[in-house]
Design a protein around this ligand. Sequence first.
Ligand SMILES: Cc1cc2nc3c(=O)[nH]c(=O)nc-3n(C[C@H](O)[C@H](O)[C@H](O)COP(=O)(O)OP(=O)(O)OC[C@H]3O[C@@H](n4cnc5c(N)ncnc54)[C@H](O)[C@@H]3O)c2cc1C
Length: 423
Amino acid sequence: MWSFETDPEFQKELDWIRDFVRENVEPLDHILPSQWNIHDEGFKRLVRPLQAKVKERGLWACHLGPHLGGKGYGQLKLALMNEQLGRSRFGPITFGTQAPDTGNSEILAHYGTPEQKKKWLEPLLNNEIVSCYAMTEPQGGADPLMIQTTAEQDGEGWVINGEKWFSSNAKFAAFYIIMVKTEPEANDPYRRQSMFIVDARTPGIEIIRDYGYHGQAEPEHAHVRWTNVRVPPENLLGGRGDGFAVAQTRLGGGRLHHAMRAIAESQKCLDMTCERVVSRQTKGEPLWKQQMVQERIADAWIQLRQFRLMVLETAWLADQGHDWKDLRQQVSAVKVMMTKVLHDISSMALHLHGSLGITTDVPFSDHLMNSFMIGLADGPTEVHKSVVARQLLKQYRPNPEMFPDYVRWKAQEKQTQRVKEAG
Ligand SMILES: Cc1cc2nc3c(=O)[nH]c(=O)nc-3n(C[C@H](O)[C@H](O)[C@H](O)COP(=O)(O)OP(=O)(O)OC[C@H]3O[C@@H](n4cnc5c(N)ncnc54)[C@H](O)[C@@H]3O)c2cc1C
């Protein structure tokens, strides 16, 4: 069965989310600092009551299964929800679905012991605390095999030494999930890493510098030095050498949700541009009458609709029971496209707004920078393109002959032979 219809009951929820985000959540973008700064007085005053309303409506942390208090919505519904939440940087945290806490909660739910779940997962799901995911290192993030930070056994526990880079929200986090090398001698390089949960107050963790980028409320991507950080044995998450397997658990759904949020950002840029080109005059008529303007608007809309279908199809496939490993090609393709779509549409919006477009009074340069951000975070575009190509090419076998079977003369010969044999 294939259908493009949304279940009417769920559509009511989507309509509620759309109105709620536009009226109550989007305005916060203009007045509050980082959305992860849950200790900020403004956050407590303005965001907490909105979160309470979302919980009351039964829409809190919908990415979770019912056993964790979520709705158990499939990926398609989550994708449609994220299309609304992506309009505001406060959308996800107001609905309990903010990265990296979503991914961290997924792996805690999947690999955590009952004690780890009680101590870290429960408060994380309630947004009483926020968390940090520390994998990337200063010497190179695109290749996780280059991870050098170590955890060595010392008595019962572990001692971590090394440096992590772009550990988002480290300064707000109550705990880190950190990927470190514990099995340097393992034959399989993908079995050399393990994950640990580390209390952020543990001595030896030092934020050397926080990095920000254009459009961010404040710098929050930390370069963190880990010096003789002692971790008790019960803080190992998953088994020894399971680091890569644990890391993979957190990425699939999150990428689709990110993509739908990029669609929301792109749609916002397109909406503002459409309003602008029907309002602004040039040569005695509205801007939209210029065919080159029409072409850009049309291209943007077409690109956005194509991409939306691609994300929803991938979400639908996930709901049909394909696991994230099966869907690697689709998910990586989505990751590649979300960068391009947001880049193209925010650039178009910026340009068609003329001089106003480049100012910080309109958000286009923020969205443009965001397009670069999503092309890097969680692996650069090139790496994901390579996954798409490699997965696709696995389905093809080399033809040992000089000329392929599909050259016209060969195809003709084959067909002629077939007709002859058929009499
Ligand atoms: C906003 C933001 C938030 C982030 N948050 C986190 C976080 O919370 N935790 C965390 O652990 N990490 C985080 N990261 C880090 C992110 O995962 C890395 O930036 C990413 O993996 C790339 O690593 P790098 O920055 O070291 O780039 P490098 O590895 O230095 O790569 C630089 C460039 O080289 C090219 N390149 C690299 N590899 C290949 C290849 N195989 N083929 C072709 N070209 C290639 C690409 O153009 C790439 O952009 C975040 C990054 C950003 C931008």
